[in-house]
Design a protein. Structure first.
Length: 101
């Protein structure tokens, strides 16, 4: 039973950083999903796939996994590089790109 400990990235549907400060512990799927022939839905016999634990810090998540004997992989978050922009740059005379319309 292998678990992943990571901090989730922001979704593409939001511009803010909501729900990205907590650390998550999720279990890797133990078995492959298969299609139910009657309904066409996918199903799995792995109940650990439904478990998703939230921690305030990375150290708390690692301590929890160590205390309960859970093997884990730790994924460090990649910080996005900041691009400083200003609306006035669209009208600057020394633009790097030509005006498109």
């Amino acid at each position: 039973m292998l678990a992943r400990i990571y901090r989730p990235a922001k979704t593409a549907m939001q511009s803010g950083r909501a729900k990205t400060s907590d650390w998550l512990l999720e279990f890797e799927p133990a078995s492959a999903r298969h299609v139910d022939p009657l309904t066409g839905w996918t199903q799995s016999t792995d109940m650990n796939g439904q478990v998703r634990l939230t921690f305030a810090t990375r150290e708390e998540a690692v301590a929890y996994a160590g205390k309960h004997g859970i093997a884990f992989q730790l994924f460090e978050p990649k910080e996005p590089k900041k691009i400083l922009k200003a609306y006035a740059d669209n009208f600057a005379t020394n633009r790097r790109q030509s005006w498109t319309h």
